[in-house]
Design a protein. Structure first.
Ligand SMILES: Cc1cc2nc3c(=O)[nH]c(=O)nc-3n(C[C@H](O)[C@H](O)[C@H](O)COP(=O)(O)OP(=O)(O)OC[C@H]3O[C@@H](n4cnc5c(N)ncnc54)[C@H](O)[C@@H]3O)c2cc1C
Length: 451
C-alpha cells in the first residue's frame, strides 16, 4: 500500500506534524497498515488538535472505507464502515425517516472518529454520547487480530475504545441505532439571556422540554452582561406540525452550498474589536424571546458548515479550541471565573458554546462528558500568551473537579491530564492488553506521555 509523506494538523491548524499517510481501500488491507508503529487512525481530521496524526509514523485514513453494509428499516439499525461520514448517514437515511442519534456541530466527521472521541451533541442531556447508540463495532489490533466488540462480550474494551482516541485499535465497522424522525425541520424556541447565570437558570428550568438544547455565549461581554447568551432549544417537527406544502416533502429542508474561505487569513484578522462587534451583532440579531419557529435541521445543528474552511480565518498560526466540563452546582462559579478571565484578557473568541450535560455513560473511562456545564471556545494561537491563559483556565477547571475534552486539545500537559481523568490507569490497563508494545500512538498520546 502506498505511503505518502505529509504534514498534517487537526482542524485548529496547530500543531503541524510530519507523518506518512496511508489510505487502505479495503478492510483487508488494514492489518498491513497497522503492522509498524507508531500508527494511528484518522477520519476527517476534525478533532482540533493533534489526536489524529502519528508523528514520524503511519497515519491510517479511513476515508476510503466508507461503504454502507446493511440497513434494518424496521428497527432503525445501520451497519457501516468506519469512514462513513455523519453527512452521508444523513443524506442516505433521512429520506427513510432516520437521523443519527448523536451529531456534533458539523456533518463532516466519520463514524469511527465519532466513537473514538465518544462525541456528544445538543441532545446529551437526553440521549448521552455517541457510544450509547453503538450496538457493536469491529476493531483491528496492532497484532492484526480483527475482533467484534460488544458490551456483552468485552465491556472493558468497548468502554476503553469509546473516547479512547484511537489508542485501542483501528475501528473498521460499526452498527448504530438510529433515531426515527418525521421531518427535516425543527421546532425551535429562542431566548436571549442578559447574563450567563440567567442562561444556566433557563437550562435548569426547562431543558426537560427539549430534546436539543444549546446556548451561544458572548465571551467578550463584561460587567453585568458577562456571559450573555442566546439559547436555542428545540425538537424535531412531526409531520403534522408542517403546513401542507412542507408536509408533502417533509424530508426536504433548505440547505444550500456553503460559502468557502478561499485563503488562510492574514495574521491578526480576528482582532478583539472585530470579534466583539460580531458577537454583539449576533446577540442582538436574535429576538428576546421567540417560540416555535420552524427551522431546517442544517441551520439548527450545523450553522458552522455554512462557511467551509472557516478555520482558515484564524490565520497561519491556527487556533486552539478549549472545551471544559465542570460539575454542578459549584461549576457555575468556575464558569464565572473563566468568563471573567477571558473577558479581561480580551481573548477573542467568536461566540462560544454553553451546554448542560446529562449523566455520563455508565463505566466511562476517557469519554469526556460528565454531568455539569460544558463550555467550548476558540482562541487564536498567540503563542505563549494563549498557552499561559489556557493553563490558568486548567487550574480553575481542576479546582472545580472538571476536565477538558481531548478531541479539542492540543496543549494539555501529562500531569493535568491524569488529574482530570482519574480513570486513566484503568483505561491504560486495557490498552496494554490490546497493544502491549504501545504501537498505536499519536502526537496527542506522545504529548500526554501515554506509554
Ligand atoms: C466545527 C466542529 C464542530 C464540532 N462539534 C462537536 C460537538 O458538538 N461535539 C463533539 O463531541 N465534538 C465536536 N467536534 C469534534 C469532532 O466531532 C470530533 O473530533 C470527531 O472525532 C471528528 O471526527 P473525524 O472523523 O474528523 O476524526 P479525526 O479528527 O480524524 O480523529 C479523531 C480521533 O479519532 C481517532 N480515529 C479516527 N478514525 C479512527 C478509526 N478508524 N479507528 C480508530 N480511531 C480513529 C483518531 O485517532 C483521533 O484520535 C467538532 C468539530 C468541529 C470541527
Amino acid at each position: 500500500m502506498p505511503e505518502k509523506a505529509k504534514r498534517l494538523s487537526g482542524f485548529g491548524r496547530f500543531p503541524w506534524v510530519e507523518t506518512h499517510l496511508l489510505r487502505p481501500e479495503r478492510i483487508r488491507e488494514v492489518p498491513q497498515a497497522l503492522s509498524r508503529g507508531p500508527v494511528i487512525g484518522r477520519g476527517l481530521g476534525r478533532a482540533y488538535g493533534d489526536a489524529a496524526v502519528a508523528p514520524g509514523g503511519r497515519t491510517v485514513s479511513s476515508l476510503r472505507l466508507n461503504r454502507f453494509l446493511s440497513f434494518d428499516a424496521e428497527r432503525g439499525i445501520v451497519e457501516v464502515e468506519g469512514g462513513v461520514r455523519i453527512d452521508e448517514l444523513i443524506r442516505v437515511l433521512l429520506p427513510r425517516g432516520y437521523f443519527p442519534s448523536v451529531v456534533p456541530g458539523t456533518r463532516q466527521v466519520t463514524v469511527a472518529g465519532a466513537l473514538a472521541c465518544d462525541i456528544h451533541g445538543k441532545d446529551h442531556h437526553r440521549r448521552g454520547s455517541f457510544s450509547r447508540h453503538v450496538l457493536d463495532f469491529e476493531l483491528f489490533l496492532p497484532s492484526g487480530d480483527r475482533i467484534t466488540v460488544t458490551r456483552e462480550r468485552d465491556e472493558a474494551l468497548f468502554l476503553a475504545t469509546a473516547g479512547g482516541m484511537g489508542l485501542t485499535g483501528f475501528i473498521s465497522r460499526l452498527r448504530l441505532r438510529l433515531l426515527p424522525v418525521e421531518s427535516a425541520w425543527m421546532r425551535v424556541d429562542t431566548e436571549r439571556t442578559k447574563d450567563f447565570e440567567e442562561a444556566l437558570e433557563r437550562f435548569h428550568a426547562s431543558d426537560a422540554s427539549y430534546d436539543y438544547s444549546v446556548a451561544w455565549i458572548d465571551c467578550l461581554a463584561r460587567g453585568r452582561a458577562l456571559g450573555r447568551s442566546v439559547l436555542l432549544r428545540g425538537n424535531f417537527a412531526r409531520r403534522s406540525d408542517l403546513d401542507r406544502r412542507r408536509a408533502t416533502r417533509p424530508f426536504e429542508a433548505p440547505g444550500g452550498a456553503p460559502w468557502r474561505v478561499p485563503w488562510t487569513a492574514p495574521p491578526g484578522l480576528l482582532r478583539p474589536a472585530t470579534v466583539r462587534a460580531f458577537n454583539t451583532a449576533y446577540y442582538h440579531a436574535h429576538p428576546k424571546h421567540a417560540r416555535d419557529r420552524l427551522v431546517g435541521l442544517d441551520a439548527f445543528f450545523f450553522p458552522l458548515d455554512r462557511v467551509a474552511d472557516w478555520n482558515r480565518l484564524y490565520g497561519p498560526r491556527g487556533f486552539l479550541q478549549y472545551q471544559l466540563v465542570v460539575p454542578e452546582p459549584e461549576g457555575a462559579l468556575a464558569l464565572r471565573r473563566i468568563l471573567e478571565r477571558l473577558a479581561a484578557a480580551g481573548a477573542a473568541s467568536f461566540l462560544a458554546v454553553l451546554k448542560r450535560f446529562g449523566p455520563a455513560e455508565p463505566g466511562a473511562l476517557l469519554s469526556f462528558p460528565r454531568p455539569g456545564y460544558t463550555l467550548a471556545l476558540d482562541l487564536p494561537n498567540r503563542g505563549e500568551e494563549t498557552f499561559a491563559l489556557l493553563r490558568s483556565l486548567d487550574r480553575i477547571v481542576l479546582d472545580a473537579g472538571g476536565r477538558v475534552y481531548l478531541a479539542k486539545d492540543a496543549r494539555l500537559d501529562p500531569l493535568t491530564f491524569r488529574r482530570m481523568y482519574p480513570e486513566y490507569e484503568r483505561w491504560l490497563a486495557i490498552r496494554r492488553r490490546v497493544d502491549p508494545e504501545g504501537r498505536l500512538a499519536s502526537a496527542l498520546s506522545r504529548r500526554l506521555e501515554i506509554p
